[in-house]
Design a protein around this ligand. Structure first.
Ligand code: ATP
Ligand code: MG
Length: 342
């Protein structure tokens, strides 16, 4: 039921590649903006310490993983010195009192504690920069997956560009907002990484499968193994396929749209970036869902679990349309096909 795609000329592939590169240069924040985020973090930490003397604040998510937009939210994790974990009851109490405290901060507005979510947070709006943000507590796995994503981003610039293109595509198609029933940016990033691992030859390795000796090291956090190989300087000698894939970003982008519409069988398989071997929905007992994306560390967590059937269809249609749009030669895409204002 998919339209056949015409053979692509080198000229069109060149156009496609330019659109992807452009998307990255238009949306990536510069160093100044990265500094602004660290500055807000410092200011908030100082302020929070008035009431929580041992508080430490840390940025994670796209402020740190290499796929941030100028207007991306500030994802902040708070921990207390000398305390390793927190139970659910204390977590909600602290979130509520943190919200009361932040209401007194002159630079913030719209303070809103959300204590019913799986991960309780306080949301805020930073007036001077117009940035939104949220603070969660002991979101330790998120710090580790942020580091994992950042490591993949550092291996090859095409990873970064494709993740940007994917996020812009998801926002444009209105399929990229988990709070409104679709998938989070994080989920789409995992889909890009999985595709790049499955490509032949692969663009990136499976970092969780590279280790010395015969047994994978165990680094336990919240009961899950967060080990992955992060000595990237030595990756070329540790991964035989390093540098073998020479496709352009444009080819890879269309390749991704084709992969998820033509090759990948969502009914059978799991999007899983922690191992190279196929993982089936049957293995995971996740057969009642169509889009199944396994978190790389919390193996009980399916990022597609919250999707309704209707939303699943809507997302799949966006990919099918994307395949047609990007797979059909035009002389040029409109100047702002990817509109930075969207
Ligand atoms: P954006 O630029 O859109 O803010 P992001 O990479 O920051 O992109 P978010 O959706 O804001 O993505 O998520 C921030 C971080 O929170 C992710 O990097 C991940 O660590 C964690 N996270 C988000 N959604 C989930 C989820 N459904 N399950 C587990 N962790 C999640
Ligand atoms: Mg974010």
């Amino acid at each position: 039921q998919l339209d056949p795609l015409p053979t692509l000329t080198p000229e069109f592939l060149n156009v496609l590649n330019k659109v992807c590169e452009q998307c990255y240069t238009d949306f990536a924040p510069d160093e100044l903006e990265v500094g602004v985020r660290e500055h807000i973090l410092q200011d908030l930490e100082t302020f929070v310490k008035r009431q929580f003397a041992g508080a430490r604040l840390q940025l994670f998510g796209s402020s740190k993983n290499g796929f941030g937009f100028r207007q991306s939210d500030l994802d902040i994790c708070m921990v207390l010195d000398g305390q390793d974990t927190i139970d659910d009851v204390d977590c909600i109490t602290i979130i509520e009192s943190l919200a009361r405290l932040l209401k007194k901060h002159p630079g913030l507005k719209n303070i809103l504690p959300i204590t019913t979510a799986k991960v309780p947070i306080v949301k805020f709006y930073h007036v001077r920069t117009g940035l939104e943000g949220d603070i969660s507590l002991y979101n330790t796995l998120a710090l580790h997956n942020t580091h994992l994503l950042a490591s993949y981003a550092a291996i090859d610039r095409r990873v970064k560009i494709l993740c940007y293109v994917m996020k812009v595509f998801a926002k444009m198609c209105d399929i990229g907002d988990a709070s409104r029933g679709s998938l989070s940016s994080y989920a789409y990033t995992l889909m890009v990484l999985f595709f790049l691992q499955q490509r032949n030859p692969p663009v990136i390795p499976v970092l969780q499968e590279i280790y010395d000796g015969t047994k994978k090291p165990e680094v336990l956090v919240d009961g899950w193994n967060v080990y992955f190989f992060h000595d990237l300087k030595t990756l070329p000698s540790r991964w035989p396929q390093y540098g073998k894939n020479t496709e352009t970003v444009g080819e890879l982008w269309l390749g991704l749209l084709r992969f998820y519409t033509e090759d990948f069988d969502f009914r059978e398989h799991v999007v899983c970036i922690r191992q190279h071997g196929r993982l089936t929905t049957f293995n995971k007992q996740w057969t009642s869902k169509y889009i199944v994306i396994e978190d790389p560390f919390d193996l009980n967590h399916n990022l597609g679990a919250g999707l309704s059937r209707k939303m699943t269809n809507f997302i799949m249609k966006a990919f099918i349309n994307g395949r047609t749009v990007f797979g059909t030669p035009v002389k040029a895409f409109p100047p702002y096909f990817f509109d930075p204002e969207v």
